[in-house]
Write a new protein. Structure first.
Length: 332
């Protein structure tokens, strides 16, 4: 199997979240052609997960990652050391490495591997949530994300928060006749930025990113509406953090907790370098697929950037590591 060619073939199929059908069709046909019993798990119209297993055998280890990417689409290119393009490391190179590992394990015959590739990880993990209703009873799930072939001891969770401030519109020459929603929102955000966040000696700090601010009608109008979207990276349970956010914002804005993916601690394997994933994964939504591990080629630091890339050497190393980890997990 040509890992570079397979990775580039998938990178060249645009699959921004919500538009995964074409890459799903490619993987379905490719895996069927390799002799797997392959199925589509419908997630929504024109969107489906791809599951592939050895015919008439229950899977022991499932390799899984996601087919979708963040925008914009960037076609593939390569040099002597790297493959470039959107999804090269997050996570189409990982898909290629997982398929190659499953093929090697299948040829050796001691382990029954399966493959699960899902939609929507970059948006809401909807594909993983659907897949969790169809788990085959596997013992272990090896999830792939860019960890530079280190194994994660934990993955931070995420909490998406929306603030909506409401005011009273007025002519800007007479601000005393109105109430600025933007002023109220800025006050709330300032207080949230000053709020001390949880930290873990082993995992690191909870962090806050104010990702979107919008509001107002025109420069000469006291704004009646303003909105912000925030993302906290969790290092533990969220209940106390949510309470403090509500108390800090008070009546300055309405607070909605839009989406939460919990913090998780993960199994490791001896003699493999470890790391902490400061990002979230599909693992919390795949709880029925076996004990989870997190491992994959590529660096998260270049994922989601215009220079996304993966080292060719790391792809080949990942195949070796996936096989070795699967064998150690199953006592082979």
């Amino acid at each position: 199997m040509d890992l570079v060619a397979l990775t580039r073939r998938m990178v060249d199929i645009e699959s921004i979240s919500g538009n995964e059908r074409a890459v799903g069709e490619f993987l379905f046909e490719y895996l069927t052609g390799l002799g797997y019993s392959t199925s589509r798990m419908e997630v929504s119209p024109d969107r489906f997960n791809v599951y592939a297993a050895i015919p008439r055998r229950e899977p022991t280890v499932v390799f899984s990652t996601h087919m979708d990417t963040v925008p914009p689409f960037i076609p593939s290119s390569e040099d002597s050391e790297h493959i470039y393009g959107r999804g090269s490391c997050d996570a189409k190179g990982i898909i290629a490495a997982q398929i190659a590992a499953a093929e090697r394990l299948r040829r050796e015959g001691a382990i029954s591997p399966a493959l699960l590739f899902v939609v929507g990880e970059e948006r809401d993990s909807q594909g993983a949530a659907v897949a969790n209703q169809h788990a085959p009873g596997s013992r272990f799930l090896i999830n792939g994300e860019p960890t530079e072939n280190h194994i994660a001891i934990a993955s931070k969770g995420s909490l998406r928060v929306e603030l909506i401030a409401r005011g009273r519109m007025a002519h800007s020459a007479y601000p005393e006749l109105g109430e600025s929603a933007i002023d109220k929102l800025l006050d709330a955000l300032h207080r949230l930025r000053l709020m001390q966040l949880p930290t873990s000696p082993e995992i690191g700090p909870c962090t806050l990113n104010i990702g979107i601010i919008e509001g107002g009608e025109a420069p000469n109008v006291v704004p009646g509406y303003a909105r912000a979207q925030l993302l906290y990276r969790l290092v533990g349970p969220s209940e106390e953090l949510k309470r403090r956010i509500l108390d800090t914002v008070g009546n300055r804005a309405d607070v909605t907790f839009v989406l939460e993916i919990p913090f998780v601690r993960l199994r490791t394997v001896d003699n493999i370098p470890t790391m902490v994933a400061a990002f979230t994964t599909d693992i919390p939504r795949l709880s029925n697929w076996g004990e989870p591990l997190l491992l994959g080629p590529g660096s998260i630091h270049v994922a989601h950037t215009e220079h996304e890339r993966v080292e060719k050497a790391q792809l080949h190393e990942a195949v070796e590591m996936y096989c070795a980890v699967a064998k150690r997990l199953t006592g082979r």
